[in-house]
Write a protein that binds this ligand. Structure first.
Ligand code: CAA
Length: 440
């Protein structure tokens, strides 16, 4: 069977930076530790007034096509995943294709275009769609362009405000990929939940604390479902586990839960039992509350063990490095986590050829998906081509007053005087009147 997977990717961050410790925390009257240690974030990327999901997605896709020497004829499908769409009928992929057609002689009239929605998990669902399309033999030799693009903004003073972010990830899905091969091993956990909603409104209504518990519950189900397909998982099976990362503190909780789950019945589980006792079982407790308190006690002890900390430092920590600087990108977040882990491996000379990844995606509303991937030779060159460090460094560092102003503009509370702002040359930019174009 020919390998199908992600051949190449590009990351495009929003051009502004909100520093959480230096700028946001003092304005909120909070201890910076809440953000840097508790949530695990240093800063978030924020969209400038001339940026939105279309410009960021088009810029990421354009850079990817240029680097890979592609023209529209090479692409048979454009799938956009977003939870920041502004049009209930016309998919964002048509707007992005329109931008790209301004800079190529060919058009995308032959390409199937769509938009996927299931909160943050839809980026992974779009990858799955592209994989299935190629596997089904319907691609006529063409590749799929999958773009995950979001402006993850919250209402002012919402607890989620510290976890904002903005950016796009463009991925080329093709046969004989150069980055990762996707596998057929997948597991799901899905339920109708109302912890995070955007019913025809710009900013989400979020029950933040509950959303954390829903994430953990669906992720546990997805791991159980995954084991039905892939068999029992051993902690050493996967070199890295990129999770959906709304903020690194969320992954800290999810990783402990995942580890507790996967060590059951393994030699590692036995060794841990000698060290910190056996895992609590529901049948040993009268109430759910007692059971949950025992799990918390067990998990706290688990995360203090050297065995767990070594595993976390190698398997999880590298996947959080980019997220700490850019915040939540919703649909792009898990794909940034994968890129972050691979980038760390390249910079530290780790050999990941044929290494296995367990990719743990999540979307509110709610669904988790766990799937396996194999890193393929060629990954180092592909990851080495990313300039995300430079993009992060080049962001404009907002003062709090500027942040308030730009937030208002994105909330349509004030008109942006776009003449005051200069969009960079040779990039797609939003000119404030609904037209997209390349600024010359
Ligand atoms: N030093 C160190 N740590 C500190 C601290 C300090 N000075 N002050 C607080 N902390 C810790 C807290 O103990 C807490 O850690 P634990 O969770 O490990 O106990 C952490 O910092 C956060 O503090 P709070 O819980 O008090 O923060 P909060 O209630 O103001 O906000 C939140 C937390 C509810 C998750 C909020 O960020 C939120 O609503 N976020 C948006 C929703 C979200 O991202 N949910 C995640 C799951 S849903 C999902 O993943 C989909 C998606 O992308 C949105």
């Amino acid at each position: 069977m020919t390998a199908v997977g992600i051949d190449a990717m590009e990351i495009w961050t929003g051009k502004l930076k909100l520093d959480l410790a230096e700028t946001f925390a003092p304005a909120q009257g909070d201890d910076p530790g809440k953000y840097t240690k508790g949530l695990g974030l240093r800063a978030s990327s924020f969209p400038d007034v001339y940026e939105d999901i279309v410009t960021m997605g088009a810029n990421a896709a354009h850079r990817l096509m240029e680097r890979k020497g592609l023209t529209p004829e090479d692409i048979g499908r454009i799938d956009v995943a977003t939870e920041s769409a502004f049009d209930n009928s016309k998919p964002v992929s048509t707007y992005i294709a329109g931008c790209l057609e301004q800079v190529y002689d060919e058009n995308f009239h032959h390409a199937n275009k769509g938009e996927r929605k299931f909160a943050c998990i839809s980026g992974t669902q779009s990858l799955d769609d592209a994989y299935n399309w190629i596997r089904a033999g319907r691609n006529r030799g063409r590749a799929a362009l999958v773009i995950a693009t979001d402006t993850a903004l919250y209402a002012r003073d919402d607890p989620g405000e510290a976890t904002q972010g903005a950016g796009a990830v463009a991925m080329l899905v093709d046969e004989d990929p150069n980055l990762v091969e996707l596998s057929t091993e997948q597991g799901y956990g899905s339920a109708d939940e109302t912890d995070f909603l955007k019913p025809n409104q710009q900013f989400p209504s979020v029950d933040g604390k509950r959303s954390v518990n829903v994430y953990l519950a669906r992720m546990r189900e997805a791991l159980e479902d995954f084991a039905e397909v892939a068999g029992d998982i051993h902690p050493g099976d996967y070199e890295m586990i990129p999770f959906h990362t709304p903020f690194p503190g969320m992954v800290r909780k999810a990783a402990a839960l995942g580890y507790r789950h996967i060590v059951r019945g393994t030699d590692v589980g036995e060794l841990l039992a000698e060290e910190i006792g056996h895992q609590p079982m529901r049948s040993d407790f009268e109430t759910d509350d007692e059971f949950h308190a025992a799990i918390k006690e067990y998990t706290d002890a688990l995360t203090e063990t050297e065995r767990y900390q070594d595993w976390y430092a190698n398997t999880i920590e590298p996947t959080l490095e980019i997220s700490r600087e850019v915040g939540n990108w919703y649909t792009g977040s898990v794909h940034i986590a994968r890129a972050s882990g691979l980038k760390h491996a390249r910079e530290n000379g780790l050999d990941l050829d044929e290494a296995r990844l367990l990719v743990a995606s999540y979307g509110s509303g709610a669904q988790a998906e766990v799937h396996a991937e194999t890193v393929v030779p060629g990954w180092e060159e592909e990851i080495g081509a990313l300039d995300i460090d430079e993009q992060i460094r080049n962001r404009y560092d907002l003062s709090f007053a500027e942040y308030e102003q730009v937030h208002d503009v994105h909330n349509h509370d004030t008109e942006a005087d776009v003449e005051e702002f200069t969009a960079p040359e040779k990039e797609f930019a939003f000119d404030g009147w609904g037209r997209m174009g390349e600024r010359k």
